[in-house]
Design a protein around this ligand. Sequence first.
Ligand code: PMP
Length: 426
Amino acid sequence: MNAPASTIEELTAQRDRASQEHATLVARGLKLDLTRGKPSPRQLDLTNDLVQVDGPLTSADGTDLRNYGGLQGLRELREIFSGELQVPVEQLLAAGNSSLELMHDALVFAQLGTVPGGERRWVDEPEVKFLCPVPGYDRHFALCERFGITMVQVPMTPDGPDMDVVERLVAEDPAVKGIWCVPKYSNPDGTVYSDETVRRLAAMRTAAPDFRIFWDNAYAVHHLTDEPAEIADLLALCAEHGNPDRAFVFGSTSKITFAGGGVAFFGSSPANVEWWLSCTSKRHIGPDKINQLRHVRFLRDADGLREHMRQHAALIRPKFEAVDKILTEELGGTGLASWTKPAGGYFISLRVLDGCARAVVAKAKEAGIALTPAGATHPYGDDPTDSVIRIAPTFPEQAELEEAIKGLATCVRLVCTEKLLADRQN
Ligand code: PMP
């Protein structure tokens, strides 16, 4: 096990060693990419049979799926996902291929039309604010920026967002209209919200009558262990606490079947679903039901879905384990970094000494290792502590991944020991 360097001499020796290793890395001219959480080609191969659709192109009730219509999406597919997404079938819609698109649309619909319970359109409010648990998902933050929504950071805890902060902010400020939540295996920390967090989100008093929880359950079935995490049922709890219209639930098969050819889901209260359909009926005449049928034939049922996800886990678990093993060997006990060990999802968060993340990412880039920009996990790309680095281990082949993580560890040692030396000398 490594030990923290305590004297200036030890630190200097460590820094020099890391500097030499880094120079060797740069000379090798690597080209490794750890930027985005994409399924690997081998994961995508698991779903190749999706493109074959045998049998009649009709739904269980005999509807011709080649034609227009069916705004709610195929019921058979909604039945498969209803349990895992914790949304009753009648309140769950199956849509196009991207849940991010649905989140975008939810914001547009709320800006340009009044959501149930609202007094006016969000675009007519002097200011709209969203609570952003950090670290979080950069594309949520990009949506807020796109629509001029002010982002208010809320720290994450091991149980989800810090609910004392959330409850205070939503109670005192009617401009706070929403919160982003990735409740299971969150991006990037892999946090699973506790039952108490979910209950408090459902029950809290909000100054805005049209407050919405954007419940992005992107990793609902993406377990890495044999003990799937369970979260409390937000929609049911909202209804129980007299706030039935509070939650918008999102999900998709992007990391189940094909990231570019899957199906996305929207679920909510009956009133919100009716409102949603009234908006989407102006936007299209029905989703791609043939793709939805392909998904039904391929996944078959909820058990088929779970079995399919076990095959994904078998491919990506070794990658997550390798990252943990290499980081432990290279950085364990040094006090220079810590990292998450998620039980599901797509990411590992690496925390380096404050003020070092940007420099680590830059050093990795010099060595041909592309990482998500430091700061991307925070609103406006600004991590005030400059300490969080998101690692996306799924896409590279195992050997490439291992090489990239070893290189990354070298960059962490180099930058962090330099920082400690600079601190000592000041
Ligand atoms: N939400 C989260 C939390 C994600 O991590 C991702 C993909 N990285 C998405 C949504 C994107 O979902 P989709 O492919 O359905 O648009």
